[in-house]
Design a protein around this ligand. Structure first.
Ligand code: RTP
Ligand code: MG
Length: 140
């Protein structure tokens, strides 16, 4: 994945509330192009693999249970400066600290059920995108 791409998930809380369409609309209106997209549900084991970087954190088990609790949408997004601009669009991890107008401010329920994921580096965007999508499943 080139450095103008990032990876996102619409998390189980936002999917269950029927906010996926509104969130994808905000993402497109912010200038991101969807280059891969799927609805799926993680097992706890796969969520554990995806979040292995957090395995020593106190919230790891809760996070894996939460992320496997229901369907999600996974997507690869393209835009100049995609990783940083997407993290600005989604806002702080804790919605209580998220800026007005951000996706988490609008849709997140709590620090855990915070509506969306956004990759934190170009390297992780590539790793995370490839966790969900083959080359055939993404626009070149
Ligand atoms: P994400 O990876 O989902 O985009 O979120 P982030 O970078 O803003 O936050 P990170 O530190 O990577 O944490 C990953 C996810 O774990 C949950 N979390 N729970 N209970 C807690 O204190 C806590 N802290 C983090 C959130 O779902 C967070 O997005
Ligand atoms: Mg993170």
């Amino acid at each position: 994945m080139a450095s103008n791409r990032t990876f996102t998930m619409i998390k189980p809380d936002a999917f269950a509330e029927g906010n996926s369409g509104a969130i994808l609309k905000m993402i497109e209106e912010a200038g991101f192009r969807v280059v891969a997209l799927k609805a799926t549900q993680l097992s706890a084991a796969l969520a554990g693999k995806f979040y292995a970087v957090h395995k020593e954190r106190p919230f790891y088990n809760d996070l894996c249970n939460y992320m496997s609790s229901g369907p999600i949408i996974a997507a690869i997004l393209e835009k100049d400066n995609a990783v940083a601009d997407f993290r600005t669009l989604i806002g702080a991890t804790n919605p209580a600290e998220a800026a007005d107008g951000t996706i988490r401010k609008l849709f997140a329920k709590s620090i855990e059920a915070n509506a969306v994921h956004g990759s934190d580096s170009d390297e992780n965007a590539e790793i995370e995108g490839s966790f969900f999508f083959s080359q055939l499943e993404r626009i070149k």
